[in-house]
Design a protein around this ligand. Structure first.
Ligand SMILES: NC(=O)c1ccc[n+]([C@@H]2O[C@H](COP(=O)([O-])OP(=O)(O)OC[C@H]3O[C@@H](n4cnc5c(N)ncnc54)[C@H](O)[C@@H]3O)[C@@H](O)[C@H]2O)c1
Length: 376
């Protein structure tokens, strides 16, 4: 009998995709949380399997080159962190064979993929959980609490602008066929997740946007904290480093989004402003793991011409991922869980598709001249 149904014993985890996210974010946290036990690890790359199998505390860990070999009878949850273009195929196969899946963002790359995941969740009878931790941050939760005192929410502005931080520059992250897009699907997905609770169930009626890639060719734009080999652009790049979107909900509210992997800024900064009928609130912080960050989170409330600070905690980097993991056991056992993640995913991917379609229909922007950018 599954530990999920009898509620006893740690949840048995299969890690699927053993790259940066699994090794830096999930594996150490899963090992540090007695609610989980990592029993299987899957990656076609032998080096990645060896790196995980060679780490401490791997007694009883089975490694596989493919998910076909995972036995649903001995896995309660698959934590899936594979390149974006494989999210739907890998998670779909696991769900269809009855294995619950915690799937990294971006959950999928098209609305059609969202429907395939929904079908797999239904046919396999296993729940899909979506992995973006931003809404688990204590400062974001402080912003949500303040939002309840701002009257009617009219507009939400979300910007995550890195000074530099193109992931895996020249690798799969910067190729559209493998990543599905650039900063919008990568950082923007987190921004949509933060906006979600502020918008309730409202759908997006309109979505327009622009994209640009003025920084991605600069060597200095790479996310050096990942340890990627991003010096040479051997694989080329054809995604945006910056995306801007403007969306209107069917109940008349607006959302402005700005996601940048690299920019003219000095520090990697996230800024979220909520304008309400009774005041506005702004949170400034840095999402993610970049070391080039604001040292503390600040939250302010503005009303009648006066701006006041509102106390908000600054947590250790990555605390939101611990909190998200802590929430997983209850989410896995929640009978209302199936279908919940995919409902949010449909809205997000539908908006992303329309922002990209709008950007593609705009007049082409001239690329920066060679002397304006550093050599590749
Ligand atoms: N939530 C976050 O903050 C966060 C942070 C970083 C990355 N991510 C997401 O995690 C995912 C992985 O990113 P990454 O940085 O770890 O990439 P990565 O390239 O470092 O790792 C991907 C791994 O997947 C493996 N893989 C490829 N095909 C596979 C398959 N069919 N089955 C199993 N494994 C397979 C690769 O060999 C590689 O080891 C991406 O979707 C990314 O968006 C999320």
């Amino acid at each position: 009998m599954s530990v999920l149904s009898d509620g006893r014993g740690p949840i048995r985890i299969a890690l699927v995709g053993l790259g940066w996210a699994t090794r830096s974010i999930w594996l150490p946290r899963l090992r540090g949380n007695p609610a989980f036990t990592v029993t299987a690890a899957v990656d076609p790359a032998e080096g990645s399997r060896a790196a995980v199998a060679g780490a401490q505390d791997t007694a009883g860990l089975s490694t596989f080159a493919t998910i076909h070999d995972l036995d649903p009878a001995v896995v309660d949850l698959a934590v899936v962190a594979v390149p974006n273009h494989l999210h739907c195929a890998v998670a779909g196969e696991l769900l269809a064979k009855g294995i619950a899946v915690f799937l990294e963002k971006p959950v999928c790359l098209t609305s059609e993929e969202a429907e395939r995941l929904a079908d797999a969740e239904r046919s396999g009878g296993a729940v899909l959980l979506a992995g973006s931790a931003a809404a688990y941050r204590a400062d974001v939760r402080g912003l949500y609490r303040l939002a309840t005192r701002l009257g009617r929410i009219r507009h939400v502005e979300l910007a995550w602008v890195r000074a530099r931080g193109v992931p895996d520059r020249g690798g799969w992250f910067t190729q559209r066929s493998l990543a599905g897009g650039g900063a919008l699907v990568d950082l923007g997905w987190h921004l949509f997740d933060i906006a979600g609770p502020l918008l309730g169930t409202a759908a997006f009626r309109h979505a327009i946007g622009t994209v640009s890639a003025d920084f991605i060719t600069r060597r200095s734009s790479r996310a050096d904290w990942r340890g990627d080999d991003g010096d040479a652009l051997t694989g080329g790049t054809d995604v945006e480093d910056t995306a801007r979107g403007f969306l209107v909900t069917d109940d008349g509210r607006s959302v402005a989004l700005h996601a940048s992997w690299a920019s003219h800024e000095a520090l990697d900064t996230t800024r979220i402003t909520i304008d309400g009928s009774g005041g506005s609130a702004t949170l400034r912080c840095t999402l993610g793991f970049s070391p080039n960050r604001l040292q503390e989170s600040t939250l302010t409330r503005t009303m009648d011409g006066e701006t006041h600070p509102v106390a908000v905690p600054t947590e250790p980097v990555g605390a939101e991922y611990d909190r998200q993991l802590a929430a997983l056991p209850a989410q896995l056992r929640d009978p209302a869980g199936p279908g919940r993640a995919i409902a949010e995913v449909r809205r997000t991917i539908g908006a992303i598709e329309r922002v990209y379609a709008s950007a593609r229909s705009a007049p082409a922007q001239e690329a920066p001249k060679a002397r304006e950018a550093e050599p590749v």
